[in-house]
Every structure is written in structure tokens, then in C-alpha cells.
Design a binder for this molecule. Sequence first.
Ligand code: NAP
Length: 258
Amino acid sequence: MKTAVVTGANRGIGFEIARGLARAGIAVVVTSRSLASAKEACEALDGTVTPWELDVDSDESVSSLVRMLADRRSVDILVNNAGIALDGFDAEVARRTIDTNYVGALRVYDALLPLFATGARVVNVSSGMGDRDKLGARLRERLDDPALDRRGLDAFMREFVADVEAGRHAQRGWPSSAYSVSKIGLTRVTQILAAELAADPRRILCNAACPGWVRTDMGGRSAPRSPAQGADTPIWLALLEDSGPSGLLFRDRRPVDW
Ligand code: NAP
């Protein structure tokens, strides 16, 4: 039986991703910042589901997940779904948002990379809000540089936080949305990871998904899509066949420009 790890699976889109994968016959590690809510989510799911406490902001929490997975099995699917969209915009919001939505996803990816099985799939739940046109021309040029690597992108993301802290982010060409910048980073790093993984004999595919505007605590009540509709493309990417694409952003199961 294949194993999937879904972050932020206690509610919203993550819960529906866990449901879809469990229905597909995959053993799902349903992770949440609170063990109680992970257990509650598992009670509402059919199939082979395991609740696990995971805060993507914490090295210790991620290490504990790795220990549990290494003891039991390898990992076939990682869905980096956990994310935040905080109100307002200041240095604290910028730091926390980049930490969770960008650094947090990579913390989990890096930790699980040695455990990935042959044919593993990585899905990063990004957003159409992460449109790189939101960056000024010079930033956009740096982001689009084909030579940009993980280290360069990490520094790029830290520069955003530093520029907000220094009160010069607009002057430097950053948008006043930490959420947008975090998702620009997540989609761009998906390309970089896919390129790195192309040299890995395990044939791992890594893609990003935009779920659309979804009725969740984050998306609000007026959003047109249900959480299950939002989960469709991430689930589809998690189950891609070996000949599938890698390094792209998908919406409604189709690659999209961003
Ligand atoms: P949601 O209902 O607010 O759920 C967010 C999930 O992320 C919750 O399970 C939350 O856990 C978890 N989370 C937040 N910080 C975490 C951390 N540090 N460690 C572990 N888990 C953490 O949001 P959603 O709408 O389902 O969003 C899921 C993903 O889709 C996000 O990445 C979001 O950016 C993306 N997205 C959503 C929309 C939309 O319209 N809703 C559109 C585009 C993209 P707690 O319950 O503990 O807070």
C-alpha cells in the first residue's frame, strides 16, 4: 500500500485531499498542528488514515514525523498543503507568511526527500495569487533567471522579508502581499525541485497546484468552489502516472502560466 503525507489535513482543502487519497486506496498520514484535530479528521475519513501532529514551522516537529515514517515505511506522496493568509501587511506578517508557506513546505520536502520511494510524487499547493507579474521588472528578471537555484531563491525570499522590515519593499518592486510573494516562491521552487529531481534515479515528479478560489476558512464563504473541487487537481497530481509532467503549475488539471 502506498503512503501519502498531507500537511494541514485537518480542514479545508487539505482534508479533502486526504479524503481523495484515502479513497484511492492510499494510506494517508493526516497531519495537523494539533493532534486532537488530526484525530478528529481521521474519524471523519474512511480508509487507512493515521493522525499525526505536524507544525511545518518547527524542525523538531518535522523530525518527529520523519522518525515515525522511517520506522514504518517509505513515502510515495507528499502534499504540501499547509498555508496561511494573514490579515494586514507588515514585517511580522511577511516573516510569518514566508516561514510557513515557503520555508515550511521546503522543510518538510527536504526532510522527507531521503524517504521518497521510486515514483514518488510531490504536490505543492500554491495559488494564482502567486502571479510573478506582481513583481517589479528587475525582481521578475531575477526570478526568471534559468540559473536561479534553491540557495538563490531562498535568498530572494529572505530579501523580501528584509525589504519589508526596512520599509523599502515597494521601492524595490515587491507587492504589498506576503501571501502572493510566498506563493510566487512556492511555484518557482517547484520548477527548481523538479529540475533537481530529474537527476534522481527514483523518477520523482514534483508539481504545483492552484485550487482556485475555495470555500474554506481561508477562502471565505463567497468563494465559488467547494473544498472537494479545490482538492481535485492536487489529488490528480498526486496520482500522476510515470510519464506525467514535472515542474509545472496546474489549475483544473491543466498547466497554467503564472
Ligand atoms: P485553511 O482552511 O485555512 O486551512 C489551512 C490549513 O493549513 C489548516 O489545516 C492549518 O492548520 C494548516 N496550517 C497553517 N499553518 C500551519 C503550520 N505552521 N503547520 C502545519 N499546518 C499549518 O486553508 P485552505 O483554503 O484549505 O488552504 C489550503 C492551501 O490552499 C493553502 O496552502 C492555501 O494557500 C491554498 N489556497 C487556498 C485557496 C482558497 O481559496 N481557499 C486558494 C488558493 C490556494 P490549523 O487548523 O492548525 O490552523
